[in-house]
Write a protein that binds this ligand. Structure first.
Ligand code: ATP
Ligand code: MG
Length: 139
């Protein structure tokens, strides 16, 4: 059964470039309600744990470095069909393939620095949300 919730984070390059407000505006106007929100910086080892599913991929080292180079904005978002609808809102991993009107089309710089993360399943949304947020941080 769907939780109607997904986990997202605004990646370090987009936070550093002052795009937090612009991205949150697209998310809220896209019909998502913010359940939890905070700014924090991951260590490379925490980024490695978060992206452990990609440990064998050639870009894993670069990914962990990029995700820990500065603060991120972490959030839990709620909407009917949240996981799929959020991936539609953010667009393709590679900004060259991201559709017009998507967050990545507007704010991604490359396939690596692609502005935002979005969970890929309800199961991972729950795991990823609990990696960053306790129960009393969710409203
Ligand atoms: P995310 O999980 O961050 O929402 P995604 O699901 O669209 O992105 P994944 O295949 O899960 O894409 O890859 C995770 C992240 O790893 C990407 O968002 C991107 O930052 C990075 N990444 C993916 N493919 C590449 C690549 N070929 N080169 C460099 N970085 C990559
Ligand atoms: Mg992914």
């Amino acid at each position: 059964m769907s939780s109607n919730r997904t986990y997202s984070m605004i990646k370090p390059h987009a936070v550093a470039d002052n795009h937090v407000g612009g991205i949150l505006k697209m998310i809220e106007e896209g019909g998502f309600r913010i359940v939890a929100l905070k700014k924090l910086q991951m260590t490379a080892s925490q980024a490695g744990e978060f992206y452990n599913v990609h440990a064998e991929r050639p870009f894993y080292g670069e990914l962990c470095e990029m995700m820990s180079e500065g603060p991120i904005v972490a959030m839990i978002l709620e909407k009917e069909n949240a996981v799929l609808d959020f991936r539609t809102l953010i667009g393709s991993t590679d900004p060259a393939e991201a559709a017009e009107g998507t967050v990545r089309k507007a704010y991604a710089k490359s396939k690596s620095e692609n502005a935002v993360h979005g969970s890929d399943s309800d199961e991972n949304a729950a795991i990823e949300s609990s990696f960053f947020f306790s129960g009393i941080e969710r409203f």
